[in-house]
Design a protein around this ligand. Structure first.
Ligand code: F6R
Length: 613
């Protein structure tokens, strides 16, 4: 989603605004712009497409000045174009916005009736008009800003420059996060996340829901939604959160795939006590799963698939019924919830609008809530009764990889915790499962060694128009995740199916042009999945089988065998197979996209943190 940066600096800010916008590229965007206080009011430069286009515009028409704001736009209202790019401007006001103003049409009609002319199709522009009107009406800046915020429905993070207020930036958040950055020598920053201000400072203040701020040189006055002055703490974010580089990798996604032994290790360490051979005491103390009658997991996209994998573990190990639903459906379905249900939101960003709304709905229903989140300062982390952190570190590639396996790591540990607390496993069995989980970083590392084998097959795969993924048991949600990963970064149409569903319809799609990726670890369902391979091969389908047990793959006729490619995965306990097999499916999507030459880290139309519905 849109990225925001604001700087009150001691030297020309345009280069630093651009540097920050480059850090925000990972969020997904289609145009960018900056505005700088030039001494005679804020002036703007905007461009469609990549930041380099904006740089070219600024090279031609430099923008000197020490106070400015910048924005990467992910289009919601109005096509990606210079006209719709932020900053938007009216009268004395120039601003950038992340979110959606839901009552913009009504506000726009009111402003148009007064004869005001709009230059863009965006919802954002109404805010500039409203604030300018309030200021023209003679209201002091603070009152005018509060009054405008009170009129806005929907979600926003805002950074605003006002003509005549040369050393001030106004900021506000509702629904979309915003942080204040505290720099050296009285420099101040405003950013849509800690990464935005990361190149300049690690000291940040996370604004709370409804907060708004008047940023000045050396300080900030922060107010809550009611307009009371509040004091929000300053925290120091880790250098890794503040500055993330690609290093020697071609893409952030590649780097993040390769970071998974570490990110899983970090996450497992937060949940497991390797010495005692059990789930950590603090995790056990935080929630007694024996008091929970049912779990409702709510999430979107890849996080939803992590929840879907976890369902198998919670039900099988802990005998705990689990429902998993995409948050955008759940929130509007008026679901009937049973008392004693634990609602679990799973989210990398902790800001996804639908997941957050679903979590809030569960809270309002009086359910106990938990959030499995990677951004520990996020809104979900703060609003849920219980935060279960993942430790993937900042994920920059739009396609989620290490956040997914960190979510799986945390959820599998919690399933063990639940099983033990519910008396479904003995201490000895718990110790065994803890041991198995602790082996996963090493096995993930081995799975990364499949890279060369996978590169070999992706050349052909990149020519496909459609790809089918098959899996059984907890490999079924992994098949869905594999298909999602492939389509989002390579733009190849892909579908995941439960392998047993194949003959109920999808088998009609099988022909020599439709590769079928089969995820088949050596588990209780292996033989059944292998039969499905036979069915595909018998119809001339090309099968890519990812398995740790190639020797068990049934003998195929000579013709059929020619269409089968087996990719050998490391042998592992079936409990952690979702973690280990995540790696080859990520690599498959990654190398296919690289072959196709798509924009791996910023696939078209996608945004990293989806803070709009
Ligand atoms: C896919 C992907 C998305 C996210 C989804 C939820 O690779 O990244 O499907 O998983 O938008 O995002 P979070 O986890 O931030 O709630």
């Amino acid at each position: 989603m849109c990225g925001i940066i604001g700087i009150i600096g001691n030297s020309d800010v345009a280069p630093r605004l651009l540097e920050s916008l480059r850090r925000l590229e990972y969020r997904g965007y289609d145009s960018a712009g900056i505005a700088v206080q030039t001494g005679h009011g804020p002036e703007r430069r905007r461009a469609e497409g990549k930041i380099r286009n904006l740089e070219a515009v600024i090279d031609e028409q430099p923008l000197p000045g020490v106070v400015g704001i910048g924005h990467t736009r992910w289009a919601t209202h109005g096509a990606p174009s210079v006209r719709n790019a932020h900053p938007h401007h009216y009268g004395k006001v120039t601003l950038v916005h992340n979110g959606i103003i839901e009552n913009f049409a009504e506000l726009k009609a009111e402003l148009k009736a007064k004869g005001q002319v709009f230059e863009s199709d965006t919802d954002t522009e109404v805010i500039a008009h409203l604030l300018n009107d309030a200021l023209e009406g003679g209201q002091p800046l603070k009152d005018a800003f509060k009054r405008v915020l009170d009129r806005l429905h929907g979600a926003y993070a805002l950074a605003i420059l006002v003509e005549g207020e040369e050393n001030t930036i106004l900021g506000a958040r509702r629904g979309s996060p915003l942080v204040i950055g505290w720099g050296e020598n009285d420099e101040m920053f405003l950013g849509s996340d800690a990464l935005a201000v990361g190149p300049f400072t690690q000291r940040v203040t996370y604004l709370e829901e409804g907060d708004w701020v008047i940023l000045s040189r050396g300080g900030a006055q922060t107010f809550d939604a009611q307009g009371f002055l509040v004091n929000r703490p300053v925290t120091t974010v880790s250098a890794s959160a503040a500055l993330v580089e690609k290093g020697s990798y071609r893409h952030f996604m590649e780097k993040e795939v390769h970071e998974q032994p570490d990110s899983c290790q970090r996450t497992l360490s937060a949940y497991l006590d390797p010495v005692a051979g059990e789930v950590r005491a603090d995790i056990k103390a935080a929630l007694d799963f024996s008091q929970i009658v049912r779990i409702q997991i709510i999430a979107c996209g890849t996080a939803y698939y992590a929840g879907s994998v976890a369902r198998y573990a919670f039900e099988k190990l802990a005998g705990l019924p689990v429902d998993v639903e995409v948050a955008s459906e759940f929130r509007y379905r008026s679901p009937a919830m049973m008392p004693g249900t634990l609602a679990v939101a799973v989210s990398q960003s902790g800001e996804t609008a639908d997941t957050l709304a679903a979590l809030r709905w569960c809270k309002d229903e009086g359910l106990k809530t938990a959030a499995v989140v990677n951004v520990h300062s996020s809104t979900m982390a703060r609003e849920a009764d219980l935060m279960w952190p993942t430790h993937a570190g900042p994920e920059i590639g739009v396609a989620s990889t290490k956040a997914f396996t960190a979510q799986l790591s945390a959820l599998l540990c919690l399933a063990v915790c639940a099983a033990r607390q519910r008396g479904r496993i003995t201490a000895h069995e718990e110790a065994h499962l803890v041991q198995v989980l602790l082996e996963s970083p090493g096995l993930i590392s081995q799975a990364l060694g499949m890279d060369a084998d996978i590169v070999r097959i992706t050349h052909k795969l990149s020519k496909a128009r459609d790809v089918i993924y098959l899996g059984r048991g907890d490999m079924y949600p992994l098949a869905l995740e594999g298909a999602l990963k492939l389509k989002e970064i390579s733009y190849i149409h892909a579908e995941g199916y439960a392998a047993g569903e194949l003959k109920h319809g999808p088998i009609a799609l099988i022909d020599e042009n439709t590769p079928v990726v089969v995820i088949a670890p050596d588990d209780a369902l292996f033989e059944k999945t292998a039969s499905n391979v036979q069915e595909v091969a018998a119809r001339g389908g090309r099968v890519i089988m990812i398995t740790d047990t190639p020797e068990k793959v049934p003998a195929l006729s000579e013709d059929a065998a020619r269409t089968l490619t087996v990719v050998k995965a490391p042998a592992c306990d079936p409990f952690i197979a979702p973690l280990v097999y995540s790696v080859p499916i990520q690599l498959l999507a990654y190398h296919t996209a690289v072959h196709k030459g798509t924009d791996v880290d910023q696939p078209r139309n996608l945004a990293k943190s989806v803070t709009v519905e």
